[in-house]
Design a protein around this ligand. Sequence first.
Ligand code: CU
Length: 204
Amino acid sequence: MSAPDTLEREQEPADEHLTMGIDPWEKNWMLVSIVLLVVFAAAITVAGFAAGFQLPGEESEVDPRTVATEGPWAEPGLRELGEGRYEAYILAQAWSFAPRELVVPIGAEVDIYVTSPDLQHGFKITDTNVNMQIVPGQVSKLSFTFDEIGEFPYICTEYCGSAHAAMFGTVKVVSQADFDAAESGATDTSEATDTSEATAEAQG
Ligand SMILES: [Cu+2]
């Protein structure tokens, strides 16, 4: 046996250690990679479906030049869709949110649509998992159910210029009675039926 022949043989793994021609170490790495892929897929599934984490959906594209004057963002705010269901249109612009305040009744399931006519912004509602990137020309949408009474500030989370820190607003989650009272107070102050007590409370 010549010397070069011996060297060549030592570099090859011994045939008895191979499974289907695969080195055991390589097989282990393949197994680890497959397990990791399964773990990642499970994590994304749990986050997306059980924990409600969603990417900002590209619901539709809008023209950033006209979005502030035409369409639903021309009159930003909350609109009722049905029993306990609402939609909120919010415009993020340098350096404010329109509207500044969103009053919702407890238990309200709100579809939140945010867009920007100018720069890239962020939209995060404190103490919730609502956290979106706002890009001009794109609509970012998330749904959230407000089931706790209180004030939840929303802020811009992407630096957008000198007054970025002044860019904030508040979601006020109130009782159904307070919400009804505020609504009827805004439209008809003379209304006094079964909500009269709540109305008096709200006005007092
Ligand atoms: Cu900002």
